[in-house]
Design a protein around this ligand. Structure first.
Ligand code: SAH
Ligand code: SF4
Length: 408
């Protein structure tokens, strides 16, 4: 369970795990849906038309029942219902921060030999001019950035395409972000001013470039103009620096890019972001210079977490500016979000301002990102679920007791 702050955070908890007995169509790509229809006995020559119908119901209208699909024959609806569901990932807990940020803990269907259903987190951040959904790409993470809460959770598995898209569907359900959504009367609606997902950031749990194909296909679904219609310019993938995949991501997915830089010297970045030992700063920046489509209108965001006494000196601010010279860049200074058990502290506010000053004077508008949802551990790097990888030797001993490590 994630920590529930008693103040004004509300939470809704569903205790019973729902088993996914049938595959869900909600979250599938067109190709997957075509194959699903074929398996349900739909003749080949009808497939395209049928996929288009389903696509519209699922991704434009957001329906969650086959009965609602009024232009699909009763016969086919029954056939589809025999084989498939329209279920989204199950909401285990929903928390609402005093600043309006919402965090969902989602339970995914078990796969293969999994003894426990894995869980991931997804966060919605409403702002005046936008609504950003932060989604996860993996359960846990193979990398071990020392300041990141997710990094303390071993990788359990990659998310499937429909589990990535499913996070968007769940969020839209809960905040009433479908056309004509009527207030369901159970707290699912947000005030109009806080509604609507306009941006997606792949900044939840996991390293998205280590789940490349599924994340790419999921973003194709999200950006499909006949469906969810998210503009790729409003989708940002954040990577710790998987250099060999950066260019390919630009070519195949073409979203905006954010780089978790966090240090300007290799010796320090080796510690903070250990993938740096494999792909050092110079190689990372070279991949950024060559990122397909990069321009002043499509800048790369460099994330820099402010760690007191670790990476926050003014000399480092100047070095940061020097390093990024020539790259169309934005700089995001992120106040460190503490989590239980961390040894790091957030830089003092005065120091963050001085650091930001150096960066601003060099011509970067670098608003310091206000931490959102800190009271519900929904801010950057605070996400963590209790899913643990269960070793083969443990699989036989069901039921497995809660393998928690006192996490979030
Ligand atoms: N794995 C990817 C994306 C998820 S992390 C990556 O590392 O880029 C999203 C952002 O939050 C990254 O920039 C990450 O470095 C940062 N982050 C992690 N832990 C944090 C913390 N405790 N406080 C502030 N930012 C953090
Ligand atoms: Fe993984 Fe990103 Fe956290 Fe590093 S910062 S451990 S890559 S989720």
């Amino acid at each position: 369970m994630v920590a529930v702050h008693p103040t004004r955070a509300e939470s809704a908890v569903s205790p019973e795990p729902v088993r996914a007995l049938k595959p869900t169509l909600a979250g599938m790509t067109r190709a997957q849906m075509g194959a699903a229809l074929k398996a349900a006995g739909v003749p080949d020559k009808q497939q395209r038309m049928r996929v288009n119908q389903l696509w519209k119901w699922i991704y434009v209208s957001g329906v969650a029942t086959f009965e609602a699909m009024t232009d699909v024959s009763k016969d086919l609806r029954a056939k589809l219902a025999d084989h498939y569901m329209l279920e989204r990932p199950e909401i285990v807990a929903e928390q609402v921060s005093i600043d309006g940020t919402r965090k969902w803990l989602l339970r995914l269907p078990k796969r293969g030999h999994e003894v426990r259903a894995p869980e991931v987190e997804c966060v919605y951040i409403p702002e005046e001019d936008r609504g950003t959904l932060c989604i996860s790409s993996q359960v846990g993470c193979t990398l071990t950035c020392t300041f990141c809460h997710t990094g303390t959770q071993k990788l359990v598995r990659n998310l499937e395409v429909e589990e990535i898209v499913g996070q968007i569907l769940v969020a839209k359900d809960r905040i009433g972000d479908w056309p004509g959504a009527t207030p369901p009367g159970d707290g699912a609606m947000l005030p109009v001013s806080e509604r609507k997902i306009t941006n997606i950031v792949l900044m939840g749990m996991g390293e998205p470039l280590y789940n490349f194909d599924h994340v790419r296909d999921a973003m194709d679904v999200a950006s499909d103009g006949e469906g969810l219609s998210m503009s790729k310019r409003r989708i940002t993938l954040s990577t710790s620096g998987v250099v060999p995949e950066i260019g390919r991501w630009g070519e195949e997915a073409g979203t905006m890019l954010a780089i978790s830089l966090h240090a300007v010297r290799d010796e320090l970045r080796d510690v903070l972001v250990p993938i740096n030992k494999k792909y050092p700063i110079a190689e990372l920046l070279e991949a950024c210079r060559n990122y397909p489509g990069v321009s002043n209108a499509r800048r790369i965001t460099f994330e820099y977490v402010m760690l007191k006494g670790v990476n926050d000196s003014l000399a480092e601010a100047r070095e940061l500016v020097r390093l990024l010279a020539g790259i169309p860049a934005k700089i995001n200074l992120i106040p460190f979000n503490p989590w239980p058990g961390t040894d790091y502290d957030c830089s003092d506010w005065a120091q963050i301002e001085k650091f930001a000053d150096v960066v601003n004077k060099a011509g970067y508008a670098s608003p310091v990102r206000t931490p959102r949802g800190r009271d519900i551990l929904a801010a950057c790097g605070q996400l963590k679920s209790e899913s643990q990888r269960v070793r083969a030797s443990e699989r036989v001993a069901a039921p497995v007791s809660d393998a928690t490590d006192g996490g979030a």
